[in-house]
Every structure is written in C-alpha cells, then in structure tokens.
Design a protein around this ligand. Structure first.
Ligand code: URA
Length: 250
C-alpha cells in the first residue's frame, strides 16, 4: 500500500469511517483564456505597483491588475509596514488557480514563510489529508490566506493586519473566480462572513459577495485546531462530505 493511501485510510479511521469508498471526482474547471496582462513592456525595471501600507490607497492600484502573476508581483514589491518587515516574503497561493474550490486559511506559519506557499506545515499536511479524503488533490483546489505575511511569533492578526491584507484577498478571489470558498478556521470565517464562533457555524453554507460576485462559502475547523481536538474530526468529516456534495453540484 502506498504512503498516500495509507495516510488516507488513517484519516478515515481516525474519524470512525469504516470503508473509504469515495470515487474520484473531477472538480477542476476547463482552462479559461488568460486575462490580458497590464504590465508595461518597458526594459527598465518598473516601480512597484503599490508602495503604501494604506489599504484605501492600494485599491486604485489593484484595480488595474488583471492577472494572478501581476498580483503576486505587486505583493512582493508592496511595503506592508511591520507586516512585511518581519516576514521573509508574502505567502501568495498554492494549488490550481483554475480549480472550482478556493481554500482561504488564516496566516502563514514558519514553513510557509520560508517557502512562500500556504499550508505546507503540519496543519497544511492535515488539510491535504482532509481534502484527499473527499478525493480532492492539489489540482482540485487553490489555497491562500486572509493574512499574506507571517505574523511575529504567529500571533493572532489584529483588525489592522486584516485590513492591510483585505484588498489583496478580494483581488485574489476576483481574479481566481472560484465556484466556492472553503474558509479554514474562525479568523477566515469572521473575516469573510462577519460571523463569529466556528464551533456553532462550521459546516454552514453562506453567501459571500466579493467585487459583485457571490460565492457559496463553508467554514471548516482549522486543521491546527483539529490536531489539538481530534474528537472534532467527526464533525469535520460531515463538513467535508457537504463540501463534496456542493462541488459536485456546481
Ligand atoms: N498555514 C497557512 O498557510 N495557513 C493557515 O491558516 C495555517 C497554516
């Protein structure tokens, strides 16, 4: 038995599921045509698209951005003040930008800060196993966070941190155009739905409107929380089945 299958079966077993009969489900969308790139072709290095930490002044610059690559470049050159001073780099995304499902986590940790990709530390590995249990591989989702820079000592984000990152998150969702959002953890749920209390609101589907488009969004217990509270994995499993149903219907 290969390691991936063993890890999947371990995950089922830990949730009290006897027979893992989950047929593969194709949830990737057909390729979209690339949006036109707004970057200049000048041979001299262009100035950073955005150079202020004030979210209200970021919005006009972001409104000119038409591709995920350009958004990523803008974030790399962005001075987010204390946020970008203490982090190695912005953590942008991983997975398939064409996927139906956009996963939105909380904030990068140490591993993510080093590699510049979200959800690759221990919590990310559990998240991969959780999604794998409903037959979603890395090609079937696109992951980012509500906070794009690692916070010192992994502290919780402040309202200021969230509002600095918010315009980037909205633009990111607008460009990726997913069919559904998975909000991983209470901070992401509150940031995008305004609801508080992941214990009572996980697994519920809510409409989230970003830039004029409404997305169905479900909140899921954060895998780091499940690592501390494994008895809640059964609830997470129910939520994952609801996610699978939703994706099949979209
Ligand atoms: N890593 C991330 O990228 N996001 C989280 O929410 C947790 C770990």
């Amino acid at each position: 038995m290969d390691a991936a299958l063993r890890s999947l079966l371990d995950w089922y077993a830990s949730m009290g599921v006897d027979v893992p009969k989950v047929p593969p489900v194709r949830v990737s969308r057909p390729k979209r045509r690339a949006l036109p790139d707004t970057r200049t072709t000048s041979s001299t290095p262009s100035k950073p698209a955005i150079n202020t930490a004030l979210p209200t002044r970021v919005a006009p610059a972001l409104s000119k951005i038409r591709t995920l690559d350009t958004l990523k470049e803008a974030m790399i050159s962005y001075d987010a003040g204390a946020l970008s001073d203490t982090a190695r780099q912005p953590v942008f995304a991983r997975g398939n930008p064409e996927a139906k499902l956009m996963v939105i986590g909380e904030a990068p940790g140490r591993e993510e800060d080093i590699q510049g990709k979200p959800f690759i530390g221990p919590a990310g590995q559990l998240l991969d196993r959780m999604l794998g249990a409903i037959a979603l591989g890395e090609d079937d989702f696109y992951a980012t966070n509500v906070i794009n820079w690692r916070l010192p000592k992994n502290r919780n984000p402040t309202p200021d941190d969230l509002s600095i990152c918010r315009p980037f998150l909205e633009k990111h969702i607008e460009l990726a155009q997913p069919k559904a959002l998975l909000l991983v953890g209470g901070i992401s749920m509150t940031a995008l739905t305004g609801m508080t209390g992941i214990m009572k609101n996980h697994g519920q589907w809510q409409d989230v409107t970003i830039a004029g488009t409404t997305y169905p969004a479900m909140s899921l217990y954060h895998p780091a929380f499940l690592l501390r509270r494994p008895e809640l994995k059964k609830d997470a499993w129910r939520d994952l089945l609801s996610l699978r149903e939703k994706l099949l219907s979209l």
